[in-house]
Design a protein around this ligand. Structure first.
Ligand code: 13P
Ligand code: SF4
Length: 375
């Protein structure tokens, strides 16, 4: 079973949606689909590269030329000469690939429904309004630097560049904070409050954080917020918020020698109780380097846990919260039938679902990403 069954509020997610798909693709059988995908790939040859995020389902990663975390996949996109980069991931990842690929390369997202809810929690317009309040509350000689996690849309990345800020990933957030504190006095971190808080702890700045909730009119006001050095936007990932300390306690009871590894989008107390926290590539590397027979409990999206079980059968890989571990509904929108459709359309000379960042945002967003590459 690839998907855990449980009751939860998924209201922030979009739903499985094959509506955009021409009817003849909706009911493709697995064997026929695989054959058609492979034959389209043979025909397209070096013109196409397929990138698969670690959270993609097996039927997508089995066709991928590269599998990795969001940062690695952007780098693969930048290094590729292929005319078409087909991105098995979510919208913000495809946008990032479009920002750093050449203008004559097209980035294709098989389903336009694959939108990360956390990226949608910090809309550029909303951030702009908060920014006006926060900067007005600063002392004259103080400066605030915005940092946005890669999991954000291009317009927000552009906004950060304009205000002297940058992009970061889960593996270099601490370096982005250090860069920001060299340039300014305070940081506004968007959109993931947990990654922001975990990074503040790592830098010994746990007592200098405050949450900024743009949906709560009664919440912290700007004057109080800027008393703190790190202002955390109220965004989060539902997949990772689900993990709790008691899951770690019960894994340690069941497997006293277990190594617990979690993604830094998890709550602070979960990261604290784990043995290791890191990006999806850190999780993959840790299990790949494990000795046979070791137990690794994985606190991240369930498809990655299942991949690790398949890739490393000699390691005992277990999901940190058992049946309650979630799949990412946004990632799941990349149905393999969509992959068959976009590839066969390319063979027919038609580009479908091209992700194109507006030219006025592209240059600035690139600046924010380049600043990250330089730290
Ligand atoms: P990585 O950058 O670690 O691959 O994570 C992306 C993501 O969306 C985690 O939820
Ligand atoms: Fe977004 Fe969470 Fe899915 Fe990552 S796992 S893409 S943060 S919803």
């Amino acid at each position: 079973m690839e998907t855990a069954a449980f009751e939860t509020d998924l209201s922030l997610f979009k739903y499985d949606n094959l509506e955009q798909l021409p009817p003849e693709y909706r009911d493709l059988e697995a064997a026929e689909r695989t054959e058609r995908i492979e034959s389209a790939l043979d025909e397209l040859g070096d013109d196409v590269v397929i990138l698969g995020h670690n959270y993609q389902r097996q039927e997508i990663v089995e066709h991928a030329d590269f599998i990795g975390d969001s940062y690695q996949l952007s780098k693969e996109a930048a290094q590729s000469d292929a005319d078409y980069v087909v991105f098995g991931g979510v919208t913000f990842m495809a946008e990032s690939a479009d920002i750093i690929t050449d203008d004559d390369q097209s980035v294709i997202l098989p389903s336009m429904e694959a939108s990360c809810p956390m990226a949608g929690m910090a809309e550029a317009l909303q951030v702009d309004a908060a920014w006006a309040e926060l900067t007005a509350a600063l002392d004259n000689d103080e400066e605030i630097i915005p940092i946005t996690y890669m999991n954000s849309y291009a317009d927000l990345k552009a906004f950060c560049a304009e205000q002297g800020g940058l992009v970061c990933t889960s593996s270099n957030a601490h370096k982005a904070f250090e860069y920001a504190f060299e340039k300014g006095d305070k940081v506004l971190f968007l959109p993931d409050k947990h990654l922001g808080e975990n990074t503040a702890h790592r830098l010994g700045m746990a007592d200098e954080t405050v949450e900024w909730d743009p949906w709560d009119a009664e919440g912290t006001d700007a004057a109080d917020a800027v008393e703190n050095d790190i202002i955390l936007w109220e965004g989060y990932c539902q997949v990772h918020e689900r993990f709790r300390e008691h899951h770690i306690e019960s894994i340690r009871e069941d497997y006293p020698d277990a190594n617990v590894i979690v993604h830094p989008e998890c709550r602070r107390e979960v990261v604290e109780a784990a043995d290791v926290a890191g990006s999806t590539s850190t999780i993959c590397e840790s299990v790949a380097e494990a000795d046979p027979g070791e137990t690794w409990a994985i606190g991240t999206e369930i498809h990655l846990t299942h991949h690790l079980q398949r890739w490393h059968p000699d390691v005992n890989v277990v999901p940190l919260c058992g049946e309650a571990c979630m799949d990412c509904n946004a990632m799941r929108q990349i149905d393999p039938n969509y992959l068959a459709w976009v590839l066969e359309e390319l063979v027919a000379g038609r580009e479908r679902n091209v992700i194109e960042v507006a030219p006025e945002e592209k240059g600035l967003a690139q600046v924010a990403m380049d600043r990250m590459l330089e730290i």
